[in-house]
Write a protein that binds this ligand. Structure first.
Ligand SMILES: CCCCCCCCCCCCC[C@@H](O)CC(=O)SCCNC(=O)CCNC(=O)[C@H](O)C(C)(C)COP(=O)(O)OP(=O)(O)OC[C@H]1O[C@@H](n2cnc3c(N)ncnc32)[C@H](O)[C@@H]1OP(=O)(O)O
Length: 247
C-alpha cells in the first residue's frame, strides 16, 4: 500500500518535472522568436526611413524593402502554430488561434497576393500607409511580448500596445482596402490568377471577384478583431475580468 503511494508521488514528480522543462523550452523559444521579430521590424523601419530621407519620395520604397517585409511577415505564420504549441506547453500563451489566424492570413494575403503580385500598385500612397502602420504596431507588439516574457515590461510599452491600435487598426485597414481597390483594374485587365471556361478542369475562377469578396469580408471580420483588442485592453490596462468564450 505504502509502496503504491510512493509510486504515485514519484509519477507526479516526474510529470511536474516534464511540464517545467517543456515550459522553459517554450519560454526560451518565444523569447527568441519575439526578439527576432522586433529586430526584423526595426530593420524595416530604419530601411524605410533611410530610403525616404535619401530619395525624398515614397516611389520605389516598397521595392527596396520588399524582401525584408516578405520574410518577416511570412515568418509570423509561426504565431498561429505558436498558439497551438503553447496551449500544450502548460498554457504559457493564452492567445486565440482564430483571431491570430485571421490577422496573419490577411497580412500574408496583402503581402504576397496583392503587393508582390501586382507591380503597378507598389508605389501607391496606400501601400506606404499600411507599411508604416504595420511597422509601428509590430515593433510595439513584439517588444511588449519580449519584455513581458523577461518580466521587465516598461509601462509605456504596455500603454502603447493597448492604446495605439485604437487609431492604428482602422488606419491599417484603410491602407489595405485602398490598395486592394487600386489593384482591381489591373487584375481585371490582365485576368490575373483567373481560370476561364472552357478548360480541362471544367472550373472557373475570377480573382477580380475574389478580391471584391475579400474586401467585403473586412466588414464582418474587422470589428471582431477590433473588439477583441478592446477586451484585451480592458483586461490588461484596467484589470477587468473577462469571461472568454471557447474559440
Ligand atoms: C486568405 C485571405 C484572407 C482575407 C481575410 C480578409 C479579412 C481580414 C479582416 C481583418 C483585417 C486585419 C487588418 C490588419 O492587417 C490591419 C492591421 O494590423 S493595422 C495595424 C494595427 N494592428 C494592430 O494593432 C493589431 C492589434 N491586434 C492584435 O494584436 C491581434 O489581436 C493579435 C495579433 C491577433 C493578438 O491577439 P492576442 O489575443 O494574442 O492578444 P494579446 O497580445 O493580448 O495576447 C494574448 C496573450 O497571449 C500572449 N502572447 C501572444 N502572442 C505572444 C507571443 N508571440 N509571445 C509571447 N506571448 C504572446 C500575450 O502575452 C497574452 O498573454 P496573457 O493573456 O497571459 O497576458
Amino acid at each position: 500500500m505504502a509502496s503504491g503511494e510512493e509510486d504515485g508521488a514519484l509519477e507526479e514528480k516526474e510529470t511536474n518535472n516534464k511540464k517545467r522543462t517543456k515550459s522553459i523550452i517554450a519560454t526560451a523559444w518565444l523569447t527568441f522568436y519575439n526578439i527576432a521579430m522586433t529586430a526584423g521590424w526595426l530593420v524595416l523601419a530604419v530601411a524605410m526611413t533611410r530610403f525616404y530621407l535619401q530619395k525624398g519620395t515614397h516611389k520605389g520604397l516598397y521595392r527596396s524593402i520588399a524582401r525584408i517585409l516578405k520574410f518577416f511577415q511570412t515568418f509570423a505564420l509561426l504565431e498561429v502554430i505558436d498558439g497551438d504549441m503553447c496551449s500544450c506547453f502548460a498554457g504559457i500563451v493564452r492567445t486565440s488561434v482564430i483571431v491570430t489566424g485571421v490577422q496573419v492570413c490577411s497580412r500574408i494575403f496583402m503581402v504576397w497576393f496583392i503587393t508582390h503580385s501586382i507591380r503597378q500598385i507598389q508605389n501607391q500612397e496606400s501601400v506606404i500607409l499600411f507599411l508604416v502602420v504595420w511597422t509601428v504596431t509590430e515593433i510595439t507588439r513584439y517588444s511588449f511580448y519580449t519584455f513581458s516574457l523577461l518580466n521587465h515590461l516598461p509601462y509605456f510599452i504596455k500603454w502603447a500596445r493597448y492604446n495605439m491600435f485604437i487609431i492604428m487598426y482602422p488606419l491599417g485597414v484603410i491602407g489595405e482596402l485602398m490598395t486592394i481597390y487600386a489593384a482591381l483594374p489591373y487584375v481585371r485587365k490582365a485576368g490575373m490568377y483567373s481560370l476561364r471556361l472552357p478548360n480541362k478542369y471544367n472550373v472557373s475562377f475570377d480573382y477580380y471577384y475574389c478580391l471584391i469578396i475579400v474586401m467585403l469580408s473586412y466588414i464582418p471580420l474587422f470589428p471582431q478583431l477590433y473588439f477583441h483588442m478592446l477586451r484585451q485592453r480592458r483586461k490588461v490596462l484596467h484589470g477587468e475580468v473577462i469571461v472568454e468564450k471557447d474559440e
